[in-house]
Design a protein around this ligand. Structure first.
Ligand SMILES: Cc1cc2nc3c(=O)[nH]c(=O)nc-3n(C[C@H](O)[C@H](O)[C@H](O)COP(=O)(O)OP(=O)(O)OC[C@H]3O[C@@H](n4cnc5c(N)ncnc54)[C@H](O)[C@@H]3O)c2cc1C
Length: 478
């Protein structure tokens, strides 16, 4: 214990409480949930797992992001029926559950004949969140969580790691001494481009430039009350939801709202949008594309996953039809180009745009809503940046953790201990759609196998798998 205390970043180690545990998962979101669920199914006890989390529930960060981007519990996600984060086996899928709850057997049929004879089924945000809540109760999530912020991960000289946690509602910090650390910190925050940051620093109030993944309801309220003009930057699924909200509010309020949308490049076939039902092609998870990805070196993996996961949005008639109407009536305009700078006017924002044909165009609007995605660089998290500086993890050209095929972070193996990463923090690794429900489960399966080989939990043999699935079906607590 003395060696460990000497290495901890605290003025007075006597203020620390120490706990010893084999594995600590940091984040407590859906990435932590996927791993912990798999470990519990593999027989690891709650006493052997700790989850460091700011939230009580693992679906909370996901639910917050849905809400901020304008999605209610009844809005549909971009996932298939069997991509069931609360069900390792994927069967029965979300469609079956929804069919049962809403007494609509047609949903099951639809999920069987999609995408040829029907539009692909997607679960609602509320259904996914509710199902996760049920599974957390079944696996004893509460017994494993430590509410707080992980401040530091430090390598121990004689093997393993120590995770320092600033606990919520407890004046004493906690030092979790462990063999294995799992990192699933998700995005650092909304992605703010340099021109957006520059504008916001100089003109913080009133907020004329907001991000789609931040709370920005006051923009919709103001437009619904007074009318006005708005520039939506981006063409992914978040932009589709922003447009939906603006259009619905315009219809409801009867106010004159003019919408401009800025695409980076304009796809003529989709009126600017690139349409795909999912973020990544299905084969990137388990088919040929996954095998191709595994065979590539790091540069090749980054290039292929960037290409496969390029910005797109699903085609939905409830989004396409009102936009067609808006174009015809002249209150929606699309532009293709890049913003060079935002300039504050008296009570508007001027966007200086370099158009695709290299001309500069100046657009004055009341509001800008940036739908430019999330900040995906793992090394923007102070915790990870500190670990890079200590030399216990490596990052790739995307700024994400360099992971091997088993999701062990390069450079982290320490005698019997190691660090694993999944979700957005592990982009550029062996799996393209790593930041998706199925991607998190796939990473969890690989990590759990490594741990099982080191004596923590068991591999999922067919017999164990069937037994466990039966328990899952019967909602039997583990
Ligand atoms: C609007 C939206 C819709 C989506 N729809 C789909 C879909 O339809 N299908 C699909 O497959 N995927 C979807 N996704 C992606 C899916 O939500 C992510 O793959 C998943 O949430 C990632 O889980 P995570 O645990 O890696 O990150 P998160 O769920 O973001 O959790 C990370 C957690 O780590 C915490 N944290 C960070 N630093 C620390 C620290 N130092 N100490 C303690 N805690 C820390 C954060 O506060 C956060 O709570 C969607 C995502 C969004 C935002």
């Amino acid at each position: 214990m003395t060696t460990m205390q000497n290495h901890l970043p605290t003025e007075n180690p006597a203020d620390l409480e120490f706990q010893q545990v084999p594995i600590v998962s940091i984040g407590g979101g859906l990435g932590s949930f996927a791993l912990v669920d798999r470990l519990r199914i593999g027989g690891v006890s709650t006493a052997d797992i700790r989850v460091v989390s700011l939230h009580r529930q693992p679906e909370q960060a996901f639910a917050d992001a849905c809400r901020d981007s304008g999605m209610g519990p009844r809005d549909r996600l971009r996932s298939e029926s069997s991509a069931r984060i609360d069900n390792l086996w994927g069967f029965p899928g979300y469609a079956a559950r929804e069919a049962h709850e809403t007494k609509s057997p047609g949903l099951i049929l639809r999920s069987l004949v999609e995408p040829v004879l029907a539009r692909p089924y997607a679960p609602t945000a509320g259904l996914v969140q509710h199902a996760v809540k049920e599974e957390t109760a079944r696996i004893g999530w509460n017994k494993m969580t430590v509410r707080g912020m992980a401040l530091r991960v430090q390598r121990q000289p004689d093997g393993g790691y120590v995770v320092l946690v600033r606990r919520r509602g407890n004046r004493r910090d906690l030092a979790l001494v462990c063999d294995y650390v799992h990192l699933a910190l998700g995005p650092f925050g909304p992605k703010l481009t340099p021109e957006a940051v520059g504008f916001r620093l100089e003109h913080p109030y009133p907020q004329r430039l907001v991000h789609a993944y931040e709370q920005h309801s006051e923009v919709y309220d103001d437009l619904a009350e007074h009318g006005g003009s708005v520039l939506v930057r981006g063409s992914g699924i978040a932009s589709s939801r922003v447009l939906q909200r603006l259009i619905e509010d315009r219809e409801r309020s009867g106010k004159d709202v003019h919408i401009f949308q800025l695409f980076r490049s304009y796809d003529d076939d989709g009126c600017g949008f690139t349409h795909h039902p999912y973020d990544f092609p299905k084969a990137a998870l388990g088919g040929q594309l996954r095998d191709t990805m595994r065979r590539l070196d790091e540069d090749g993996r980054i290039e292929l996953s960037t290409k496969l996961g390029a910005t797109s949005t699903p085609y939905r008639t409830e989004w396409a039809a009102p936009l067609r109407e808006a174009r015809a009536e002249g209150w929606y305009d699309a532009l293709a180009g890049e913003v060079q700078q935002f300039v504050a006017l008296d009570d508007q924002v001027r966007a200086q745009i370099r158009l695709a044909d290299k001309e500069t165009y100046e657009l004055d609007v009341d509001y800008v809503i940036d739908a430019t995605g999330m900040d995906q660089r793992a090394d923007n998290h102070p915790l990870i940046s500190d670990m890079v500086q200590q030399g216990i993890v490596e990052v790739n050209d995307l700024g994400c953790l360099r992971v091997g095929d088993d999701f062990v972070v390069a450079g982290s193996e320490n005698h019997s201990g190691a660090i694993f990463a999944s979700g957005m923090n592990a982009r550029g690794g062996p799996l393209g759609p790593v930041d998706s429900f199925l991607g998190l489960q796939s990473a969890a399966l690989s990590i759990a196998d490594v741990l099982a080989d080191h004596g923590l939990g068991e591999r999922l043999t067919p017999a164990r798998s069937v037994r466990q699935w039966w328990k899952w079906m019967g909602r039997k607590s583990l």
